[in-house]
Design a binder for this molecule. Sequence first.
Ligand SMILES: CC(C)(COP(=O)(O)OP(=O)(O)OC[C@H]1O[C@@H](n2cnc3c(N)ncnc32)[C@H](O)[C@@H]1OP(=O)(O)O)[C@@H](O)C(=O)NCCC(=O)NCCS
Length: 177
Amino acid sequence: MSVIERTPKIETRRLALRAPAFSDAPRVAALANDLGVARMTTRIPHPYSRGEAEGFLARMAALDYRREAVFAIEHEDDGVVGLIGMHPTGQFGPEIGYWLGRPWWGRGFATEAALALLSWIKQEKRARAVISGHFIDNPASGRVLQKAGFLYTGVIEPRYSTARDAVVDTRMMVWIA
Ligand SMILES: CC(C)(COP(=O)(O)OP(=O)(O)OC[C@H]1O[C@@H](n2cnc3c(N)ncnc32)[C@H](O)[C@@H]1OP(=O)(O)O)[C@@H](O)C(=O)NCCC(=O)NCCS
């Protein structure tokens, strides 16, 4: 069974979270090739080419979806607007991360997607807790996590941002299922 067949489609009021397809590469590259997006993430390099998006999507297709899942965030009218995912941490629960293309900021989509992913993780993965974190200069993401029910742990972790080529203080948060 392919990753696309195994990965569920999670529907929200305005969005669907679904397995990313290789054919999403041009859109993903266009949206992620934005320093304002990449610099707030650990892994997205800048600039970000279509070839890099293709490589990323090929790696995502090979994931073991019982442990690690990445979803395209698809808007009912506008198509793919960003990505959201969860990966294991070796701690007490998985970690989630996300980004949205700039034209769709400020409409509650990240919060809507995060809430849907959290309830899927709780139901399907039986996780007791989920962790996440945001760079200290990214209060918008902190707000998303707070609105989704995360609390600050008080831990500040140094994390490397590929786009900045720098280590950035990261405020860690936890969500109790
Ligand atoms: C962070 C990001 C995901 C937010 O997505 P979004 O769909 O705009 O988020 P939402 O609309 O659900 O919520 C954003 C909240 O942040 C608030 N916000 C926005 N800019 C802010 C700022 N500079 N300071 C404080 N709060 C801010 C908004 O007012 C909103 O809160 P409210 O509903 O209480 O008014 C999006 O901007 C993004 O993808 N940024 C680049 C990548 C990134 O940061 N990924 C997360 C890495 S941890």
